[in-house]
Write a protein that binds this ligand. Structure first.
Ligand SMILES: NC(=O)c1ccc[n+]([C@@H]2O[C@H](COP(=O)([O-])OP(=O)(O)OC[C@H]3O[C@@H](n4cnc5c(N)ncnc54)[C@H](OP(=O)(O)O)[C@@H]3O)[C@@H](O)[C@H]2O)c1
Length: 513
């Protein structure tokens, strides 16, 4: 493979490399805190292996695990091996594994244990000497959010957060980033006391998905869509992330957090920003962020909130042919839990392009299907020169970006039904990633971990984006907190009745993807 090796900071203005070539990270290590956790096993360690398999990690790369278990380097190696075998995207190759595993180290300790961080510091210094990681270290906090400040402070105390001209230090923070505006500001203050903003990489794994990056290609590489991309032609936009699974076993993370904080504050508002933003001056991170920030600054809830939001909690029902329990009967949830598992909000973007166009954002667990999509729903033609009966089955034109699964784009429009009479009905024109390209898409975490090691921040929301998103969501959360229990909806359906009413009141319906 031809590739360019990244050696350190790059100046985009002087960056004249061929952007089609894959970039290989320069000498460095990745330290994962919370390495025994679900995310590390299912996503992070397999993604590291997949990057190695694709030749995108440097020969000196080292992976360091930090956790409380009484393991040594060999035990850790076995855990990574099992995670890779069970979850990696690319085939297992012995020679890749051998080389990668030479750089595995394990440090045992709790987050409040100074000695463990001092030992981590020694292990990293030794890796710099032995393997040539050159003092470049990324710290991935795959840990309970309450522990983010402690670990940042420990990294500062032990000198591990210190950057110099010669080496970089970066921190990667998983969601949720705060649980409201105030807590996000407090967390940002702690993180930024330790790491400068350009060394902070906040993960929103949706931004690592190919289909999400394709929104930029679709909008800014084509002439076709831009003239339609405004209130002149768009009636409304629906952004949906639906899951069919429930929350059994995830009470610790989810109870008290709920669907809006878990998904709308980050993933869905980021998708909204990409759909609604203006063309950036360039694809440099600062330019992209500036455009997203403008959209989030201009985003307002449609009022009144009681008519333009909906929330629910799944009750018992059927998921396919399996009978499933309601949330309050899932392991770990209290019988009186008021955590919402479904949330829908309506917002508007106050700009010339989008004035008066509602964006409906919804997410839920135990819904009819697992699907994430963005549907741009167009206004109806102002005049139809047909008899009414001929267009009874004609809906609104729509452009649907399918984020997952079955990644692609669908265009829905009216077409004549074959036959002697004039009947017009909706048809779909489909683009599917799987069919158009032979190469399979990398996992989001592959892309994001590589970007961290390269110091490429485009796909990571900055401080301002996080805080602006909470500013949008906080009034909704406060309104719900003052409004008692969420409605119950049957598992396997498309959410509570209040969500349908929220749309029918304004003469619209939710899509049933
Ligand atoms: N899982 C997902 O799909 C997912 C998706 C999006 C975001 N996230 C975020 O990713 C992070 C990790 O999630 P997860 O599901 O992997 O969590 P998890 O399964 O609960 O794992 C947490 C990890 O933190 C370690 N830990 C906790 N307290 C510790 C302490 N005092 N000292 C040392 N280690 C400690 C645990 O180690 P022990 O083994 O020693 O307990 C464990 O390895 C969270 O911020 C979560 O919100 C997860």
């Amino acid at each position: 493979m031809t590739a360019t090796v990244e050696t350190g900071w790059s100046n985009p203005l002087r960056d004249s490399r061929d952007k089609r070539l894959p970039r290989i990270a320069g000498p460095c290590s990745l330290v994962i805190f919370g390495v025994t956790g679900d995310l590390a096993r299912r996503k992070l360690m397999p993604a590291v292996y997949d990057l190695a398999n694709r030749g995108l990690l440097p020969p000196s790369f080292a992976l360091v695990g930090f956790a409380r278990r009484d393991w040594d380097d060999q035990d850790f190696g076995q855990i990574v091996h099992d995670a890779v075998r069970d979850h990696s995207r690319t085939p297992f190759r012995e020679e890749v594994w051998e080389r990668l595993s030479e750089g595995f180290r394990f440090v045992q300790g709790a987050f409040d244990d100074d000695a463990a961080f001092d030992q981590l510091s020694e292990v990293l210094a030794e890796l710099d000497r032995q393997r040539g990681t050159d003092g470049n270290h990324a710290f991935y906090l795959s840990i309970p959010p309450g522990a983010f400040p402690t670990v940042c402070e420990q990294l500062q105390r032990s000198g591990l957060a210190e950057q110099t001209e010669e080496h970089w230090r970066r921190v990667v923070i998983e969601k949720p980033f705060g649980h409201d505006l105030r807590s996000a500001q407090e967390l940002n203050a702690v993180v930024n006391r330790v790491f400068p903003e350009d060394a902070v990489f906040r993960i929103d794994h949706y931004l690592g998905k190919e289909t999400v990056q394709n929104i930029l290609a679709l909008r800014f590489a084509n002439q076709l869509f831009d003239p339609l991309w405004s209130s002149h032609y768009v009636d409304h936009v629906q952004i949906t992330m639906a899951e069919d699974i429930g929350l059994g076993g995830r009470a610790g993370y989810y109870d008290g957090i709920g669907a809006a904080r878990d998904v709308i504050q980050n993933h869905l508002l980021q998708l909204l920003a990409l759909v609604a933003m203006e063309e950036p001056v360039s694809f440099e991170p600062k330019e992209l962020q500036a455009e997203k920030i403008k959209v989030l600054s201009a985003t307002r809830n449609v009022l009144p909130l009681e008519l333009n939001t909906a929330r629910g909690q799944y009750g018992p029902g059927w998921q396919g042919s399996t009978e499933v329990p309601g949330l309050v009967d899932e392991e770990g949830f209290a019988a009186d839990s008021i955590t919402e598992t479904y949330a829908a909000i309506a917002v508007e973007v106050d700009s010339r392009r989008w004035a008066g166009v509602p964006f409906y954002l919804r997410t839920g667990k135990r819904l009819g299907r697992r699907v994430t999509e963005i549907a741009i729903v167009f206004k109806r033609a102002p005049h139809l020169p047909f008899d009414k009966t001929m267009t009874e089955e004609l809906g609104e034109n729509a452009l649907v970006i399918r984020v997952q699964p079955d990644e692609g784009i669908t265009l829905r429009f009216g077409s004549k039904v074959p036959g002697s009479s004039m009947q017009v009905r909706d048809v779909n024109m489909d683009f599917s990633y799987g069919q158009a390209f032979t190469e399979s898409s990398p996992e989001a975490y592959e892309r994001l971990i590589l970007d961290v090691l390269l110091g490429e921040p485009s796909l990571f929301p900055v401080n301002d984006e996080v805080e602006l998103s909470w500013k949008i969501l906080d009034p909704v959360l406060e309104h719900w907190a003052a409004s008692g229990r969420p409605d119950t909806y049957e598992s396997g359906t498309w959410g509570p009745r209040s969500a349908d009413e929220m749309m029918s009141r304004v003469g619209r319906t939710w899509r049933r993807p």
